[in-house]
Each structure stands twice: as C-alpha cells, then as structure tokens.
Design a protein around this ligand. Structure first.
Ligand SMILES: *Cc1c(COP(=O)(O)O)cnc(C)c1O
Length: 429
C-alpha cells in the first residue's frame, strides 16, 4: 500500500484478506505448522521456500502486523519482537559481534543505555556515547576502525531531546555504517526516519503503537537501503557464509532488501527466541488501526498542557519541542511538523516538597511508570524511579527533584489542565 497516506496505512496496510477470508487479522494460535512431505519442510529449513514451521521464528499473525509497520515506516521488511528491549538488542547484535564498537547518542531510554553500556559490553561490544547535539566534528571523532553501528532516538525518552537524523545519517554513512533510529515516541505517524536517511528503525510497540497499556512488544524495520556488500569487511555476518545455516550468505541470497531481517529471524530469533505472541500482535494491530487519530490528540493535549505550564508562575521550566522557547523547536519543525508526542516534562520551583504535594493532589492523572498511553499518567523520578539519589545527585543526573514527566493521554484537554491546575494550587509553601 505504499502509495497511500499514513492514515490509510494505519488502518489497512499489512493484512489484505482475499475473497471470503476474515476481515480482521486472524490470530494463528499455533506453535507449529503441518507439511505433506519432509522435502516440503526441508525447503523451509534451507531458506529455499518461504513459509512457517515454528512460531519461535515466525508466525503469520506477526508477519501481517510487521508488514503494516514496515509500510508505515516506508521500509521494505520488518519483524516483531517480544519487547522494545529485544528489538534494540537484535537490531544492534545482528551487525555487531565481540570486538565491535557502537556510536550512540547519549540521550536515550535508560533500558537501552544499560543494554548497550553494561550488557553488550560484557559481550565484548564497546560503545562511545555522544551528545545528540554535538557538532559534526565531535560526532565524527567518536568513530573507530571497528565501529559497526550508530544509534539514536528520534525523541528521547525521557529527556525529550530531538535527534538530528539527517546529520547523524550522513556521518554514519561516511564511515560505512548504518544508522539505527528508535522511533518509539513520534511513531511513523509523526516522523519517518527512513525518509531522512536512517537505515534501520526500531520500536517499543508497548508505547503509542499499542497505546492502551495492553501488550509489551517491539518491532524492527529495515529500509533495505544499506549496501552491506559495499562494506563487506565490516559485516561478515551478512556478507560471508553462515555455517549455522548451510553456508548461506544473506546479503548475496536475499539482497539489500532481504538480508537484514532474514538473518535476524533465521539466526537471532532461532537462538534467542524473543518472539512476540500472536495474541499480542493482534492487540498491537488494533492499536495501530487508530494510531493516527490518537497521535493527533496526544499532540494537541500535550501542546496545550505545555503552554499552560509555561505560563504558570509555580513552574520553573517546561520541556516540549512544540514550544517556541524549546531548544529543539527548529529541529522539531523540520522532523516533526505534525508535532512530536504526548509527553511533556516540567520542573516545579518548589523542588521535592512541591513535587510530592503536586503528585498527591492529582485526581484524574494517574501515577505510573508507563508513558504513551491513552490514559494520562505522571511520574516524579525523584520520589519513584530515582528515589535512591540525593537532591545533589539528581541535579547532576539532569533530573532535578522537582521534575515531573507527564504523559498526556487522549482525554479532553480541559479536564487534564484542570487536574494539573488544582494540583498546582494544592502546593503549600
Ligand atoms: C520503553 C522504551 C523502550 C523499551 O521497550 P520495552 O517494550 O519496554 O521493552 C525502548 N526505547 C524507548 C524509546 C522506550 O520508550
């Protein structure tokens, strides 16, 4: 459906039923698939024929939903994973191995930071973190002989920095490596990183794509544009025969458009098995069908909330790239013309005490660690996720005690603002 607009793709891309087939994506709740002969099945194992044999590697329901997300992102192939963490790990580990190096934006989701800085380090994969706002020279200086991938988040969770995709893609390509962009917060409704030069796009579908707090999941989309064979020496896993798969050379057999996702499925899903359940893929698809409608409302509500907060004397500062005062306003106009996401963060002048009083007074907006849900939710890191840190340590980490992260849902913005206003009114000196 590549000629259709994003709103149409959200609703109809992926599963296209034939005559007399179910209108809704069927849930193929089966671990295994039947074949008439060993030869038929053998062809699947040799990657000579396409089809299904075991749901640890592939399932038709998942593939319908992955195809929808690929189409929405303007990619050529995609796969679903059990979580966003699995998606980012697979995307990186598909091209990195012991001895490789990654250049990553320093402003990324905490779980991904830990994955790269701690867990992948134990696998012998090194990383250099660079500020997303660094100059081209500073970013270039981070690249090494063994760099194999470059990574960033379109809008970082929770810092809300906006990533200059075009600039980073240009630098990554100059050094012969792909740019991987985690596009969880804007979703392809608000930004399609591949149009700006990204090679691989990842998602925590747990957030806006699902949108209802129903199912944890992830997705990897390949643009099909990166020429692995042109950088053969850097990517032996794609460009040399795979002994664990009958000596197949993925980049030769499946070309630029098929190599990345085929290898990721055939090797990493086979060995790590972080597949999304078909049930969850079905729920994800329900979320995707209304994603374009919901994103517009999330953005409308967050913009109104950010403007309200900015004008309130009890608020010290507000981070939202849709505000003219934002350091990222210009970049957001370029990459996120329809708006970014529903998450706003702000700091209260009264610090920790004011934040506690504010949180306690909320009536409609719930206290949760989750974000990007249809229902508004709110978090004060100092008294929850980061409660082991002192006020000084919090400032050093860029998370002052009075900081609040507010994920605006799709309720009526007047009700949300009224709840925030009465909570601000409850703050006592
Ligand atoms: C939540 C999140 C992840 C991790 O996803 P899970 O589905 O929780 O595993 C990765 N990246 C970003 C930007 C996220 O917000």
């Amino acid at each position: 459906m590549s000629d259709f607009k994003i709103n149409t793709k959200c609703v109809q891309a992926g599963y296209r039923p034939g005559n007399g087939e179910p209108r809704q994506v069927p849930i193929i709740q089966s671990t295994t698939f039947k074949y008439n002969s060993s030869e038929d099945m053998g062809k699947l194992f040799d990657l000579e024929a396409t089809g299904y044999f075991y749901t640890r590697l592939q399932n038709p329901t998942n593939d319908f939903v992955a195809a929808k997300i690929a189409d929405m992102e303007g990619g050529c192939a995609a796969m679903l994973t059990s979580s966003g963490q699995a998606a980012n790990f697979f995307a990186l580990f598909n091209i990195c191995e012991c001895g490789s190096h990654i250049v990553s934006s320093s402003s990324i989701y905490g779980g991904t930071f830990n994955l790269i800085a701690v867990t992948m380090k134990k696998m012998g994969i090194d990383v250099t973190f660079v500020s997303p706002d660094a100059t081209e020279e500073e970013i270039e200086a981070a690249f090494k002989e063994n760099t194999r991938a470059c990574f960033g988040e379109t809008i970082a969770n929770p810092a809300l920095t906006v990533f200059d995709i075009e600039k980073w893609a240009k630098i990554a390509h100059k050094h012969g490596v792909p740019l991987i962009v985690d596009n969880t917060f804007p979703t392809p409704v608000n930004c399609r990183p591949i149009e700006w030069g990204a090679d691989i796009v990842t998602h925590s579908t747990t957030k806006y794509m699902d949108g209802h707090g129903a199912a944890v999941g992830g997705c990897i989309v390949d643009s099909g544009k990166f020429d692995w064979m042109a950088h053969k020496d850097k990517f032996p896993g794609l460009c040399e025969p795979d002994d664990s798969y009958h000596g197949i050379t993925y980049a030769e057999k499946f070309g630029k458009e098929g190599a990345f996702i085929t290898k990721c499925t055939a090797q990493l899903m086979r060995d790590f098995g972080s597949i999304q359940s078909p049930q969850n893929a079905y729920l994800l698809n329900l979320g995707l069908e209304s994603l374009h409608v919901r994103m517009a409302r999330h953005v409308e509500n967050a913009q109104a909330m950010a403007e309200f907060l900015e004008a309130d004397p009890r608020v010290k500062s507000v981070s939202y790239s849709g505000l003219k005062s934002s350091k990222y306003y210009e970049l957001a106009q370029k990459y996120l013309p329809k708006g970014g996401c529903g998450v706003v963060s702000f700091e209260l002048k009264g610090g920790r005490k004011a934040a506690s009083q504010f949180m306690a007074a909320l009536k409609l907006i719930a206290i949760e660690t989750h974000v990007a849900d249809a229902r508004s939710c709110c978090l004060n890191p100092a008294t929850s996720t980061h409660r082991q840190l002192t006020d000084d340590q919090l400032v050093a980490a860029g998370i002052p005690a009075g900081l609040i992260r507010l994920s605006c849902g799709i309720e009526d913005k007047e009700d949300l603002i009224a709840d925030v206003k009465q909570a601000l009114d409850s703050i006592k000196e």
